[in-house]
Design a protein around this ligand. Structure first.
Ligand SMILES: Nc1ncnc2c1ncn2[C@@H]1O[C@H](COP(=O)(O)OP(=O)(O)OP(=O)(O)O)[C@@H](O)[C@H]1O
Ligand SMILES: O=P(O)(O)OC[C@H]1O[C@H](OP(=O)(O)OP(=O)(O)O)[C@H](O)[C@@H]1O
Ligand SMILES: O=C(O)c1cccnc1
Length: 489
């Protein structure tokens, strides 16, 4: 748990709007959806992450005396409003898709149902946390996919955009499938494995490479990965490593978790040659680890080139999501009602771009699985109170090109509601799994994707459709608004 209260981790406009609602009191209860529009890195899915931090944040939401003093010093907020903030806490409901789940564009990853002032305040921090961790978890998942079963170690802390990006980025990278992180604080905070080798400076601090290797091997015989590229990989690094491994073997040390790391040069060529040299001396089971500005595409290419690498250290491009800098999640008002009303009134945001027109209403999402294979057939966004019967045929259709329809035969599919209750009436009703449990969830989740949706380039998109009822509510609202606009011309 953080020492610092994050209540002011918000954009100023959330607070100025809050004051506006305070001064023009309304009993509105609203529904906000947090969703994203485009899968990162040209993929066909994302991995959602960051919910545990959202939960901690919402639980701890309160304005301390220092916070109030600071807000007063801005000369924007009046005394009555500041007094109200003193007693402020979250009283609403939150629903979310559990961390580690594979998710698709336009579906609400998180839904806030709360009095408007509360729902508005939490926008920025929720997006900040979900956007960052979902981005890095998705990137990690792609890197892990490219490695085809080899372990990925997250090495990015030194290149992360500051401490928080390093800490929570490593958490997200673990959720996406890394086997460990070099980040010790993340290891401590989230009970995930910490892993590492050693730096070039270790070698350079000794009079020669052999002595450096020997000294390291003596201290860490069970995690002895020797960095072989400080001087010359094939002429010096690998031969010196082999000399040390032979001595370890002669001493009867357990030869597990031993090997080399190559951090520069042609990784395909060097790893193949290094493997031949190791194998010739009976060290064919040595770990051959590689690092050096890797990402999913380079790992994929190295695999295609037949590189003899079975362990990968990935830093910069993973922790920063080098080729895709932002997740792009947004938080949009979807419905509102007066406190005493039974029903929500759907709200819609128009846009010239049909992709950007929001989905109105108080919604939920059902995932439709193929009963036989367990793979995802489609996701269906619908109204929260809609129910479906798995024994009945289901007709789903593309919400833009509505003539594209699919009939899913009753009895051949199962349904799972993705949004689960997290807060009810301000009380947290959800216990976050541990990060390693979320990692397992994520592994199982990726198994529900068809192979065609996992490939790195031009993957097949997963269908996200609207229920008939939701589609008609949306069309009617669009029609109504366009007629109104005509009337105003
Ligand atoms: N066989 C290969 N196929 C494709 N890319 C490779 C191959 N071997 C290495 N690379 C990648 O090429 C880039 C190498 O860059 P560069 O030559 O600038 O640095 P380097 O070899 O690591 O040397 P140094 O770190 O000393 O600058 C890295 O991103 C590395 O992962
Ligand atoms: O390449 P990345 O994917 O970002 O992975 C992390 C990099 O960080 C280290 O290099 P650095 O030069 O910082 O330290 P070193 O002297 O230990 O090699 C390591 O050797 C990797 O090359
Ligand atoms: O342990 C390592 O090998 C390591 C850690 C951080 C960055 N690069 C390498």
């Amino acid at each position: 748990m953080r020492a610092q209260n994050l209540t002011l981790l918000t954009d100023l406009y959330e607070l100025t709007m809050m004051q506006g609602y305070y001064e023009n009191p309304s009993d509105q209860i609203v529904v906000f959806d947090a969703f994203y529009r485009k899968n990162p890195c040209g993929g066909a899915y994302a991995v959602c992450a960051g919910l545990e931090q959202v939960i901690e944040y919402v639980r701890d939401l309160h304005f301390s005396p220092d916070d109030i003093d600071y807000l007063r010093s801005l000369h924007i907020f009046n005394d009555d409003f500041l007094e109200y903030l003193r007693g402020f806490h979250f009283t609403g409901d939150i629903y979310a898709i559990p961390e580690g789940t594979v998710v698709f564009p336009r579906e609400p990853l998180l839904k806030v149902v709360a009095p408007i002032m509360e729902a508005q305040l939490v926008e920025t921090a929720i997006l900040n946390m979900i956007n960052h961790q979902s981005l890095i978890a998705t990137k990690a998942s792609r890197v892990v996919y490219a490695a085809k079963g080899d372990g990925i170690m997250e090495f990015g802390l030194r290149r992360a955009q500051g401490p928080d990006a390093g800490i929570y980025g490593a958490r997200a990278a673990m959720i996406g499938g890394c086997i460990g992180t070099s980040n010790v604080l993340t290891g401590q905070m989230f009970e995930v494995p910490v892993k590492g080798t050693h730096a070039h400076s270790w070698i350079m601090s000794f009079p020669d490479e052999y002595t450096a290797f020997k000294t390291y091997a003596k201290m860490y015989p069970e995690a002895c990965i020797l960095l072989v590229d400080t001087y010359d990989v094939l002429a010096s690094g690998v031969p010196n490593a082999i000399r040390v491994f032979k001595e370890m073997r002669a001493e009867g040390l357990p030869m597990k978790g031993y090997g080399i790391r190559i951090d520069s040069g042609d990784l395909a060529y060097l790893s193949k040659k290094a493997y031949q040299m190791l194998e010739a001396e009976g060290f064919g089971d040595a770990i051959i680890s590689a690092s050096s500005d890797l990402d999913e595409y380079l790992i994929d290419s190295l695999k295609t080139q037949g590189a003899k690498i079975n362990s990968w250290g990935v830093g910069t491009n993973l922790i920063t999501s080098g080729d895709w800098p932002a997740f792009g999640g947004v938080y949009k008002l979807a419905a509102a009602k007066d406190k005493d009303d039974a029903e929500f009134t759907p709200k819609i945001k128009l846009s010239e771009n049909s992709e950007k027109v929001t989905n109105p209403g108080n919604k939920t999402i059902y995932r439709i699985y193929d009963k036989e294979t367990g793979k995802i057939r489609a996701d269906l966004i619908c109204l929260a109170d809609e129910t479906f019967d798995e024994s009945k045929d289901m007709i789903i259709f593309d919400p833009i090109e509505t003539w594209k329809k699919t009939k899913i035969k009753g009895g051949t599919y199962t349904l799972r509601e993705l949004l689960v209750p997290i807060f009810q009436k301000g009380a947290c009703v959800y216990t976050s799994p541990s990060v390693m449990e979320i990692r397992d969830i994520c592994t199982r989740e990726k198994d529900t994707l068809w192979e065609e949706s996992k490939r790195l380039v031009n993957p097949h998109e997963v269908y996200v459709d609207l229920s008939d009822k939701l589609y008609h509510i949306k069309s009617d609202l669009l029609e109504e608004m366009s007629m109104k606009a005509l009337g105003e011309q």
